[in-house]
Design a protein around this ligand. Sequence first.
Ligand code: SF4
Ligand code: MG
Length: 318
Amino acid sequence: MLLDVKGLTIEAGGGRPILRDVALSVARGEVVGLVGESGSGKSTIARAVLRLLPQNAAARGEVLVEGADVLTMDAAALRSLRASQVAMIYQDPRSSLNPVRRIGDFLTERMVHTLGRTRKEARVRALELLAAVGMREPELRMRQYPHELSGGMLQRVVIAAALAAEPALLLADEATSALDVTTQADTLALLRAIQAERELGMLFITHDLHLAAAYCDRIYVLYAGTVVESRPAEALFADPRHPYTAGLLACTPELGDPRPIRPIPGRPPSLDDAFDGCPFAPRCAMAGTACEERRPVPVAVAGGVAACHLIEEGAPAC
Ligand code: SF4
Ligand code: MG
């Protein structure tokens, strides 16, 4: 398995859990969605894969990348993981680029410093990468500054940079959320084409379940730091089993869908809220007494797992 996260629990300072017993995997060539509202712990999982956690965070469990545990590896292995095995693409391309450096310098400097290429090799490779992400006039782009390019073009530059070291795993954290709808569609199509051609594994992080369903092979739905449902995208979309997944689908209609939006009442718990029972109980229309008392454990459902007492009891949750 390319990425295999097992029993990952992360506590912030003071023992407040951010993630609780998360299990998640990504195979080579697979696009896996990680979906949840903001604050659900999606970005924390991505950061854990690169061991970019706050100093005061305590992590338990395993984060295996090609079999090696990121949480315990030594500094040299961690450098090599970050330089060449795993690449992250963030939401705002401008945050990855220095406004006073040319695009060409941005692309070549990393290759010189972290991959040990010569300037000349790095330049040839940068031009290849710009062409690979569909940039016209790559020579001109190399000479330009970030403010001379649109958001969509900048995200292509960032994707090109991510591919420089030929990583096996891409972490895309809301990578298209800042783009307008047309550019978002183009960028997604590009990412998917690159992913398929190079057989990359990709963890695609988004708050948009419809987007994930259209784009991913499998999906994990995260709520309050726990995986509440994980299924193949088609099954999850056609027949969500966890009440939270069903709620997410109902409250984010597709473009042009005439049905009214039905937001899930209430809001996600804060880190300071303590739970004995199901963290979704305060917002769940189907909550019963067991839900307040016992935390549900993941049980097998068609194609994956879901954590809900109703499913444990054999009743279809939704
Ligand atoms: Fe709702 Fe209970 Fe299932 Fe939690 S365990 S999602 S509260 S029915
Ligand atoms: Mg986030």
